[in-house]
Design a protein around this ligand. Sequence first.
Ligand SMILES: NC(=O)C1=CN([C@@H]2O[C@H](COP(=O)(O)OP(=O)(O)OC[C@H]3O[C@@H](n4cnc5c(N)ncnc54)[C@H](O)[C@@H]3O)[C@@H](O)[C@H]2O)C=CC1
Ligand SMILES: CC(C)CC(=O)C(=O)O
Ligand SMILES: [Mg+2]
Length: 351
Amino acid sequence: MSRTVKLAVIPGDGIGPEVVGEALKVLDAAVQGGDVRFEQTPFSLGAARFLETGDVLTDADLAAIASHDAILLGAVGGVPGDPRLANANIERGLLLKLRFSLDHYVNLRPTVVYPGVPSPLSEPGDVNFVVVREGTEGPYVGNGGAIRQGTPHEIANEVSVNTAYGVERVVRYAFAAAAARQGKLTLVHKTNVLVFAGSLWKRVVDAVSAEFPDVAVDYLHVDAATIFLVTDPARFDVIVTDNLFGDILTDLAGAISGGIGLAASGNINPDGTYPSMFEPVHGSAPDIAGKQLADPTAAILSVSLMLSHLGLETEAARVATAVTADIAARTGAARTTTEVGDAIAALAANR
Ligand SMILES: NC(=O)C1=CN([C@@H]2O[C@H](COP(=O)(O)OP(=O)(O)OC[C@H]3O[C@@H](n4cnc5c(N)ncnc54)[C@H](O)[C@@H]3O)[C@@H](O)[C@H]2O)C=CC1
Ligand SMILES: CC(C)CC(=O)C(=O)O
Ligand SMILES: [Mg+2]
């Protein structure tokens, strides 16, 4: 029986359109000749759209996106410091609004060191872990404000919101992920200083652990976690952490595993009430945009995560295998964004 998947595509800004173009090329190659068809709807959103129209994300945009089965996003955001974007708040008004409105409470960020990949680690070892980052709470909720702004007496607050409901559901997801993997869960927080939020996270992990007796639980303060991600990343299986720590740790995870151009992610609504959204971990990289210098592999691997989420495991594996083969064959010679996409698409089509 044939199946149609409605895919919302948000290429975004900077290198977003470049990497999404290659990711869609690989998606086409991976599903060609099969029973599943991706019906794509492009959405022009991001800094460029804001500068043109003044809109960031309208209610109509959100409703239209929500009516799809899945979302593929490149990256959004302009050149940091661009005064024309000072009041736009693209990241919060677009990216975070999508994550919050579509209840993407699991931000899933796997890290693997692929064979042959140049890693800055002297001994990368068996690096294969996944960060389960909370996606709808923490300091990113926009609960804050400033008084006496612009004066020497300014006070700016940015409150981290952690609810028992929000923490429990992501922790439960992380335990289930660990149980299905190597059976090890590491909570990363800063319980020694952020005592209220930290206490909640710790108590929830302790309580949920009773339901998963086969999962070994570990705890690290976030500063120590950055040490071990560099010196002993093989110790990690599943890391569960809040929105901010997860954001920071996963750029580091990208860097130790061959570069941010390889780091994929899924913003998951595990309940299936809303479409999940897949995107590379990286941003819009204005410094290299338009130069064919971006590595599209992270966006391509995000397509693999999307296919797997949609239950299309054969197609997901086809993309992942093509990426693995391409990475293993990399010689260090520079290739354009398009050349990398073409090579991986050819491998994904060759079966
Ligand atoms: N999910 C999203 O849409 C995100 C958006 N942003 C936004 O992106 C803009 C730029 O942010 P930055 O802090 O510079 O982070 P960034 O991730 O865009 O870039 C950091 C560094 O990584 C490099 N890089 C990123 N992706 C790459 C790729 N695929 N291949 C090769 N090199 C790559 C860039 O050239 C840059 O040197 C900002 O407006 C920021 O707010 C940042 C992070 C995530
Ligand atoms: C712009 C941020 C909200 C997004 C980000 O850096 C991320 O999700 O990794
Ligand atoms: Mg980030």
